[in-house]
Design a protein around this ligand. Sequence first.
Ligand code: PXP
Length: 241
Amino acid sequence: MELGVNIDHIATIRQARMTNEPEPIYAALLVQEALADGITVHLREDRRHIQDKDVYQIKEIIKIKLNLEMSLNKEIVEIAKDVKPNQATLVPEKRQEITTEGGLDVLKDLKRTKNVVSELKDKGIFVSLFIDPDNKQIDAAKNVNADAIEIHTGSYANAKTKNEQAKELNRIIDAAKYAKSLGLTVHAGHGLTYENVKPIAAIKEITELNIGHSIIAKSVFVGIKEAVRLMRQLIYEARWK
Ligand code: PXP
């Protein structure tokens, strides 16, 4: 199980003052030292946190995987083709949202998604689609030649009761099995925390988790290397149980 650490909110703190600290590249180096497998950043169209220069800097300096979360927006696609991250995760994006809300509707935007997947793959980028645990969307991801899907764990994370959470977990397990049976690589993420990560980390078909807010929140108190280490430990415990 690989852990990609999303460091967007390091940039959120910097942008709150439009200053030059804290720098995401510094966080990325510490996350790398803490033996995470990848750095994830979302270059949003409104540039509310990560800026273009951050993405270029991280790609140039970091040795571990760079996973660029991005919308299908033409300008962003051009930047991705220039940066050539190891992996691109296509996500839906709305300007008013606080964070990514739902999964990508690949079915609705089949042709456009297929074109973007193809443009990115032509540059040697491994392409993942962030979708809800829904077989129709998984079929569509396969149709547009994505390499991987990232299952949106938001509904699981936001479940209000144990029953609802168990139901959402089962949806994720079924989706992971189905996607793997089609030959897709399976990732998961969104809303995962130190409290809720273990049942997701235990799903053998899932090979990568992308976690941001919870790790950055903990790092305020314990430092980012310790925050990554603690998350890693929970993932290992869930995996090898
Ligand atoms: N995966 C995707 C596709 C996302 O958009 C995000 C949020 O940027 C994450 C994972 C990380 O979510 P969180 O910050 O809730 O851990």
